[in-house]
Unconditional design. Structure first.
Ligand SMILES: Nc1ncnc2c1ncn2[C@@H]1O[C@H](COP(=O)(O)OP(=O)(O)O)[C@@H](O)[C@H]1O
Ligand SMILES: [Mg+2]
Length: 379
């Protein structure tokens, strides 16, 4: 921890850089998350430095005014580029924030003890930012490089889950080369999966680019839509089941990961075929979130056990939300792990912890504690 911001007799507060926005299509969602965290973080305990990442990738000093980052009916929040660029550099053995503008001497903005990357999707949740922070030995909240990358890629995620003995549904992965070289072979494989299928970009989020396809004649357009987000795709057999989620929080010290009470998402009453982008963020009452989910006790125990197993399978740290389909036969099929799940106060992850006795401000505090107390370098 740095000591240059010591005031007489008072120990320095840890300085937390909150990173949000980013280059992915979930830019606005990340800004909304930042509004939640900036509003709830304990400012008596931490000094907070909001840093926005514009869609171009530029880092800029951002406003701490939560209203600017909230969702309004008129427009989506966005980090706009600035003449001043912020970078993180190691200077004199300390992690310093530097702000630079053309034709000006760069200024130091002080040290950073921990970075809280509130970023979703590629170039944020996929190990790239994590790698940048690893290079400078900077502590940060959440999963490391490999876990982030595995959790971002719906193909490799399933490979790892299967190897750990978790049940995944039938699927195929389709690379750009496979689709361009022999689309008919892909169509044949999809036919074997059976309709409906879900066509997904391998690396996206917030349901972006995902279509439910009921017949072969709609397959190609769904593939082209997904390819606008990622040239690598995953196509999955549709699974009939309730959507059950569980929040996982790394244990302190050598403790096992902690799991919340499971929650359930239901879009049944909202006129959506599945939990799509509109149901997630745009329409107010399209999805019903309930926690704890109404399930038999033993199923709840199983969800929690599997969620912790999934967390360990990818080697996650800090936090993750693990999502399942709970079939009428009582099977729990894992859908995905999110290493930086939706994190506004209203999102499932904080809601599941709130229902399990951990409030949103305390959750933020615990995540920062875990990050401040972890080793840098290989762990
Ligand atoms: N194999 C599937 N069977 C049934 N529904 C699915 C399947 N895959 C996805 N869905 C629906 O689509 C939503 C988004 O898919 P998901 O893989 O979770 O993508 P994202 O990472 O964008 O959240 C799910 O919450 C669910 O409603
Ligand atoms: Mg999902």
């Amino acid at each position: 921890m740095s000591h240059d911001n010591l005031t007489a007799g008072k120990p320095a507060k840890p300085r937390v850089a909150v990173l949000f926005g980013g280059r992915s299509s979930e830019h606005a969602v990340s800004c909304v998350t930042a509004a939640g965290v900036l509003g709830a973080i304990n400012k008596d305990k931490y000094e907070v430095i909001p840093i926005g990442i514009a869609k171009s990738g530029q880092w800029v000093l951002a406003s701490a005014d939560t209203a600017q980052w909230s969702l309004s009916s008129s427009s989506l929040p966005e980090v706009v580029p600035s003449a001043e660029t912020v970078t993180l550099a190691e200077i004199g053995g300390e992690h310093q924030l530097i702000v630079a503008a053309p034709n000006e001497v760069p200024k130091e903005l002080g040290t950073v003890d921990v970075v809280f990357p509130l970023l979703h999707g590629p170039f944020g949740e996929d190990g790239t930012i994590q790698g940048l922070l690893e290079l400078s030995d900077t502590r940060y909240v959440g999963a490391g490089v490999l876990a982030s990358a595995v959790g971002m890629d719906k193909h490799f995620m399933k490979v790892v889950f299967e190897a750990a003995g978790l049940q995944v549904g039938p699927y195929i992965a389709v690379t750009d080369r496979q689709w361009r070289k022999d689309p008919e072979a892909v169509r044949k494989q999809v036919d074997r999966l059976g309709f409906p299928v879900f066509v997904k970009p391998a690396r996206a989020g917030s349901s972006m680019g995902i279509s439910k396809v009921d017949s072969m004649e709609h397959l190609d357009s769904a593939i082209e839509e997904a390819r606008r987000h990622d040239l690598k795709l995953v196509i999955e057999a549709g699974i009939a089941g309730r959507e059950i989620e569980c929040a996982v929080l790394e244990g302190r010290g050598t403790d096992a990961p902690r799991t919340s009470m499971p929650g359930e998402i239901s879009v049944a009453g909202g006129g959506h075929e599945f939990y799509d982008f509109e149901a997630k963020y745009v329409e107010d009452n399209a999805a019903a979130l309930s926690c704890p989910a109404d399930m038999p006790e033993e199923a709840i125990a199983r969800v929690r056990e599997l969620a912790a197993a999934a967390f360990d399978a990818v080697g996650a740290e800090g936090l993750s939300r693990v999502d399942f389909f709970y079939t009428p036969e009582g099977e729990l099929v894992i859908n995905e792990i999110n290493t930086m799940p939706g994190f506004t106060p209203k999102s499932m992850y904080p809601q599941m912890w709130a229902a399990s006795g951990l409030s949103y401000p305390d959750l933020i505090d615990e995540l920062i504690y875990l990050a401040l107390n972890r080793r840098t370098g290989l762990r």
